[in-house]
Design a binder for this molecule. Sequence first.
Ligand code: 5RP
Length: 232
Amino acid sequence: MDPDQNKRLAAEAALSYLPEQGVVGLGTGSTVHHFIVGVAALVRQGRQYVGVATSEQSRALATSLGVPMLDDAGPWDVLLCVDGADEVSEELDLIKGGGGAHTREKIVNFAARKNVIVVDERKLSKRLGERWAVPVEVLPFAHRETARLLAAHGTPTLRSRAGAPFRTDSGNYVYDLATGPIEKPRELDIHLKTTPGVVETGLFCGRADVVLVARGSHVETRTARDFGERLS
Ligand code: 5RP
């Protein structure tokens, strides 16, 4: 099955987690794209969903398809957030930020009562960092100084687009920090977050309630061990 079909399969499976109505967090990326299209189809059928966007890209897509959207200020009562990921470990920890949207994605993830992650099997690894670098959003001010400190944890590369530094929706830069397999992702996240100049990291530890993995023509459901605890 081609990769986009696989992504569609996982994203469409996430539609079954939607509540009857209410506020839904809309992640970012090519997998979640299919979920947003599905939500829009339900809205057209009369279901009363309102979206919270994790990026300007997702806001534009949802709005163009007729999904009513809340503004960015919050607070929002997000019943469900569906998002993609770049890497998923055996513990269901995540690396996100391939699209540079991880700061907003993390804010909406923390606001949501339930987080469903949609991926295809190419995103799975034993330990985070095996396949993907950790995206770190930093302030442009003194970013090379921030990068010097990040280098204590790996090799930072300034993300660029068309020959210029890539800018997030908030106008910041992103360093992709190649770490190799990460033994203690929560600890690394704390170290990175306490580095001056760092806005947010793409490490999402313990933030996935359910991971839907498209494998060939079927979708596998992985559930966090503490699912019940965190929802109660
Ligand atoms: C954007 C993200 C995306 O969710 C992640 O990059 C996965 O994207 P895709 O579904 O296109 O592979 O974190 O910041």
